[in-house]
Design a protein around this ligand. Structure first.
Ligand SMILES: [Fe+2]
Length: 183
């Protein structure tokens, strides 16, 4: 099934997500939909229902763990709930700028893919990187966080570049423009 906004929020309540997690997910959904609408406007085929459900549910696995495993845990919760595979994949692949097969193996993750592949997966992964708690903030802050944590900065920049090339414009400028316009 493809959860509606209401159904996604009901799943958060069922699994006991913190209010802060739900607020974060709603903000990531708002940013994701700005990107989805612009992609559509440019004539790209995007599944905005999958993006909305995936963005709203991307951190549901935090009810089980706060580690990088929350993506795979979230996708397992949603699988048990009968949620569509495309939504599960958005959730499983949103962590960091993707987790490489080597890293996933070292972490002892099941042998599944953890790198965003589809546009829908890349959109939600990128939107999440633009949001700290429920605040939309400059991408540069995420780059600095990656540097501090010793994460793979080129992978993060490649994620932005991928979204930029599909959008045909800088996603960050678009997001801030639309948020300002919506008040
Ligand atoms: Fe997350």
């Amino acid at each position: 099934m493809r959860p509606s906004e209401e159904e996604a929020l009901a799943l958060h309540r069922k699994y006991g997500s913190h209010e802060a997690t739900i607020r974060h997910c709603k903000t990531v959904a708002k940013v994701s939909m700005i990107l989805a609408e612009e992609l559509k406007r440019r004539g790209k085929k995007v599944d905005s229902g999958a993006i909305l459900a995936g963005a709203l549910l991307h951190d549901i696995g935090r009810t089980r763990t706060q580690t990088v495993r929350h993506g795979v845990e979230g996708s397992e919760i949603l699988k048990d709930e009968g949620v569509d595979q495309d939504v599960l994949l958005i959730v499983r692949r949103h962590v960091g700028a993707g987790i490489s097969p080597e890293e996933a193996k070292a972490l002892g993750f099941p042998d599944l893919g953890y790198v965003p592949r589809t546009t829908e997966e890349a959109v939600v992964c990128f939107a999440d990187k633009m949001v700290d708690a429920d605040r939309v903030r400059p991408f540069e802050e995420e780059v600095k966080r990656f540097v501090r944590k010793g994460h793979d900065v080129p992978r993060l920049l490649a994620l932005r570049e991928r979204v930029r090339s599909e959008l045909g414009q800088d996603p960050e400028a678009l997001i801030f423009d639309k948020i300002k316009a919506s008040g």
